[in-house]
Ligand binder design. Structure first.
Ligand code: 3PG
Ligand code: MG
Length: 348
């Protein structure tokens, strides 16, 4: 794998530096519900400040707003970041996705971001699969370097690209089904077992477009509506009543998935198996998290903001080999693709 040049080799003293971080954290009631991605961005920011950068401008997207949207302002993230790293040279820009040019990789948007800065550091591994103005176009306007997190992610996830110890068990859940189905079809063949839960499993109930075997749930926790206190019923996967939603994998599925995870020697888990933010639908994600954490013989990687949040809430983050800040990005890396955000940075 080609490695981009590191920020450690940059001369930053007295410079104004634009940093693209992935501060796309889960929010709850307008507050940061899990600050893993913020904390993971600190080493690079500290390095820049310690080496005498005149100003460090941090930018990130947050959520998927379509234009300016008060629900996705960076303010709660900025507050948390400044609590963790109080430094008056640190600035946090507004949500990059408030500008329609961001997702279009628009050079004009990139120019506005670069304006007044002398150096660009990309530390946003979680966004490196997006060719957006703040991750791609801007890297062509300023001398560009990779941040410490981006490099650490490439190093650790790189272990999954070559020969891995088998069985290799891939666990896929989460809500971004449209994003992940294509990726999964390219990479499922690399794994010996693909376990599917969450919204992805709901999507595949009427047939799977994937050209390899996957293990789907056998039972689900059905809900009459999408609400934390919805009427619930345990259902066979293929017997969910019309209009009902499967919001978690059921107990039989949890046992089967856990057995597969127990046998694994390599594990990659992306995406919760149910709506774990709501206690009645948290059991499947918890069971899978516990099974992954219990397997100390495997090289285990857990990626994606929500899976990582679940792991943190269960106090299990230090029981896995690598906690990745990337969800979709780690999946695409696993496909063997070079990510646009990485490709845009010169190598050493
Ligand atoms: C993520 O949460 O996977 C990254 O921050 C990328 O977000 P996106 O899928 O909305 O581009
Ligand atoms: Mg996400």
């Amino acid at each position: 794998m080609r490695l981009p040049r590191t920020v450690e080799s940059a001369d930053v003293a007295g410079k104004r530096v634009l940093v693209r971080a992935d501060l796309n954290v889960p929010l709850e009631d307008g507050r940061v519900a899990d600050d893993t991605r913020i904390r993971a961005s600190l080493p690079t920011l500290r390095l820049l400040l310690d080496r005498g950068a005149a100003e460090v401008r941090v930018c990130s997207h947050l959520g998927r707003p379509k234009g300016p949207d008060p629900a996705y302002r960076m303010e709660p993230v900025r507050r948390r970041l400044l609590e963790l790293l109080p430094d008056e040279r640190l600035r946090v820009l507004e949500n990059t996705r408030f500008d329609a040019g961001e997702a279009k990789n628009d050079p004009e948007t990139a120019r506005r971001l670069a304006d007044g800065c002398e150096l660009y550091v990309d530390d946003a591994f979680g966004s490196a699969h997006r060719a957006h103005a703040s991750t791609e176009a801007v890297a062509h306007l300023l001398p560009a370097y990779a941040g410490l997190l981006l490099l650490a992610e490439l190093e650790h996830l790189g272990r999954l690209l070559g020969e891995v110890e088998r069985p290799f068990v891939l666990i896929s859940g989460g809500a971004k089904v449209e994003d992940k189905l294509g990726v999964l079809s390219n990479l499922g063949g690399r794994a010996d077992t693909v376990l599917i839960g969450g919204k992805m499993a709901e999507e595949l109930r009427d047939g799977s477009p994937l050209d390899f075997e996957v293990e789907l749930p056998v039972d689900v926790v059905g809900a009459a509506e999408f609400a934390a206190d919805a009427e619930r019923r345990l259902c066979a996967y293929d017997e969910l009543p019309d209009g009902w939603l499967g919001l978690d994998i059921g107990p039989e599925t949890r046992t089967r998935f856990s057995e597969r995870i127990e046998e694994a020697r390599t594990i990659f888990w992306n995406g919760p198996l149910g709506v774990f933010e709501w206690l009645p639908f948290a059991g499947g994600t918890k069971a899978v998290a516990e099974a992954v954490a219990a397997n100390q013989d495997a090289f285990s990687v857990v990626g994606g903001a929500d899976s990582v949040r679940a792991l943190n809430e269960l106090g299990l983050a230090d029981r896995v080999s690598w906690v990745s800040t990337g969800g979709g990005a780690s999946l695409e890396l696993l496909e063997g693709k070079e990510l646009p955000g990485v490709a845009a940075i010169p190598s050493t």
